[in-house]
Design a binder for this molecule. Structure first.
Ligand SMILES: C[S@@+](CC[C@H](N)C(=O)[O-])C[C@H]1O[C@@H](n2cnc3c(N)ncnc32)[C@H](O)[C@@H]1O
Length: 314
């Protein structure tokens, strides 16, 4: 999920079609790839993110809408945690919503899923107490139309909250650990006795050197990285108040980028389990450091992820 500028030749419809197709293709392996689970830790994580976005407020919400809900990471964990009572989840990819419905069935949760674009929400005005999303705004080519819709379907007094949006500076700063990791990769592979990855990706039919459909779509699907002011302006333009933009994940995301870059240079499946345990635990430890030391002190713009919240005037 690396944000890139919208390619000059891609129209808004191209980006939407690419997103639907890319996420349909990704749906079956999405949870495994991003470590999405439904347990007490994931509940704490999603509740923590939502509360941070809302500036610490811990209230519950009766009727909530998630936009770009994917396989359900936020909606299903927030339902389990009891922070939202009833959920409607939309996405442009029916494949992602199918995955969400099967997880919801396994968890014994009820969620209404609707295949819809963020810029055209099929709900009456003022339908929801909370409209939220995670890692979705940066995929939307028509943010103005999307914010018009988000504000329209919020009830007066309702809250908007978005988390996990890539920041402009954070995205550029992420190049530093990636470059450092590439330099360190040969020594790191020797240390772990991991053979190098052979050049040229293998496509879906097993041909080395042919880009897979997912690889080609990946260049189109991410269209924004935000400055805090960009997000705040979108919210204010549609009449929302109490606008708050904050940042999260700095040390943790540097560590994560460095590790993913190192891993990309080694033969897949040849890395010891211990390495993955180290990477996972290290990430969680640094995330705690970010929360306690860095997030209260540094400006939102330097963090990798931005969070936005705002209220619809009553
Ligand atoms: C990075 S995934 C995040 C999914 C989920 N929110 C999560 O955190 O796991 C982005 C999601 O946004 C959806 N999406 C992309 N463009 C969209 C659009 N124009 N309208 C609605 N959803 C969209 C994708 O299909 C995908 O499920």
């Amino acid at each position: 999920m690396m944000p890139a500028a919208m390619t000059p030749s891609a129209t808004s419809d191209d980006v939407k079609r690419a997103n639907a197709r890319y996420h349909d293709l990704a749906a079956a392996t999405y949870d495994a790839k991003w470590g999405i689970v439904y347990d007490a830790r994931a509940e704490r994580q999603t509740v923590g993110k939502l509360r941070r976005a809302l500036g610490g407020s811990g209230q519950g919400f009766k009727h909530a809408l998630e936009v770009g809900a994917g396989t359900g990471y936020f909606t299903l964990n927030l339902l389990r945690a009891g922070v939202i009572e009833e959920a409607v989840a939309t996405d442009i990819s029916s494949g992602m919503l199918d995955e969400m419905q099967s997880s919801a069935a396994e968890l014994g949760l009820e969620v209404e899923t609707v295949c819809a674009q963020a810029s055209d929400l099929p709900f009456p005005d003022g339908s929801f107490d909370l409209v939220f999303g995670h890692a979705v705004l940066h995929h939307l080519p028509d943010l103005r139309a999307a914010f018009d819709e988000l504000a329209r379907v919020l009830r007066p007094g309702g809250m908007l909250a978005f988390c996990g949006e890539p920041s402009h500076h954070g995205d550029r700063l992420a190049a530093v650990p990636k470059r450092a990791a590439l330099l360190a990769a040969p020594a790191w592979r020797r240390l772990l006795r991991a053979p190098p990855r052979r050049h040229g990706a293998v496509d879906g039919r097993g041909h080395r050197g042919c880009a897979s459909e997912e690889d080609s779509l990946e260049r189109i699907v991410d269209v924004h990285a935000f400055r805090p002011g960009d997000l705040a302006r979108h919210a204010r333009r549609v009449g929302l108040t109490d606008v708050l933009v904050s940042g999260e994940d700095l040390a943790a995301s540097w560590f994560g980028w460095a590790n993913r870059t190192l891993e990309s240079t080694a033969a897949p499946d040849e890395l010891p389990r211990l390495w993955y345990q180290f990477a996972y635990r290290g990430y969680l430890t640094l995330q705690r450091l970010d929360r306690v030391m860095l997030e209260p002190r540094l400006p939102a713009a330097v963090f990798y992820n931005l969070l936005l919240s705002a209220r619809k005037p009553a």
